[in-house]
Design a protein around this ligand. Structure first.
Ligand code: 13P
Length: 255
């Protein structure tokens, strides 16, 4: 069984560095041994949060990265910069960034830049909607195959795949996915990885779920949905909810 990982994607929240520090400190107190927790905060806050201190149970991540090493890319942050203050994770290919024009090719280059800098990519994949013919499975497969296309197979096992169906994300979501839908996708994602590497690697990759996940359904996604953890949006902006989900994941370890 893979070690559980609970990742918070704060998106463009909270409004001030003071609030960010307060939230991070509260979350820090609620982390537990045996479950990895990661907070992906807005870039301007990372340095201050780093000073509060990461632990073996709590790491920091970025929400995006540019694939180039340096240069005339106004507003962008490179993997080298993130590495220079020891940020361990970065989200790539979030649907909110894909909606701004990020392509599968861009994401592949970002994954490469991150792994070259020893930063773990949290690769977001997910369909915009589902169709009865199952075409969305082709979308998912293409996203996975492309995201992993530039890195050596030997490091596939270190990446995290976050299955985030777009229709399940945010306050305007159609509905959350069901644990059964999550389970199906976890199997499908592992099969896609296995097809381009091997079964052992496919099982070692942590596949997590994101999209309106909360305290009420977290246990079901971990048990029945076979998720290795979560990428949480709204639930990561509340220390109590985030801590509760970490606790649920820690209980799940013994199963
Ligand atoms: P919500 O949990 O708020 O639906 O957001 C999910 C998400 O997009 C995490 O990256």
């Amino acid at each position: 069984m893979n070690k559980k990982i609970i990742i918070g994607n704060w998106k463009m929240n909270p409004n001030s560095v003071l609030e960010a520090e307060k939230l991070f400190k509260s979350i820090k107190k609620l982390t537990v041994k045996g479950v990895d927790a990661v907070i992906c905060a807005p870039s301007p806050f990372l340095s201050n949060l780093k000073k509060i201190g990461v632990t073996t149970n709590l790491a920091l991540g970025a929400q995006n990265v540019h694939f180039e090493k340096e240069g005339a890319y106004t507003g962008e942050v490179s993997a080298t910069m993130l590495n220079s203050f020891k940020i361990n994770y970065s989200i790539v290919g979030h649907s909110e960034r894909r909606a701004m024009g990020e392509s599968n090719d861009d994401i592949a280059k970002k994954v490469l830049a991150l792994t070259k800098n020893k930063i773990i990519p949290i690769i977001c994949i997910g369909e915009k909607d589902r169709d009865h013919s199952g075409f969305y499975l082709h979308t998912i497969k293409a996203q996975i195959v492309s995201a992993l296309s530039l890195i050596p197979k030997t490091i596939f096992k270190s990446v995290i795949i976050a299955y985030e169906p777009v229709w399940a994300i945010g306050a305007n979501a159609e509905r959350p996915a069901t644990p059964a839908e999550c389970h199906e996708m976890v199997i499908f994602i592992r099969k896609c990885i296995s097809d381009i590497s091997n079964t052992q690697t496919a099982h070692a990759v942590r596949v997590i779920y994101g999209g309106s996940a909360n305290v009420e359904d977290a246990g079901l996604f971990l048990n029945d949905g076979m998720a290795d953890g979560f990428l949480l949006g709204r639930a990561s902006l509340n220390a109590k909810s985030f801590g509760e989900i970490i606790k649920i994941a820690s209980i799940n370890i013994s199963k």
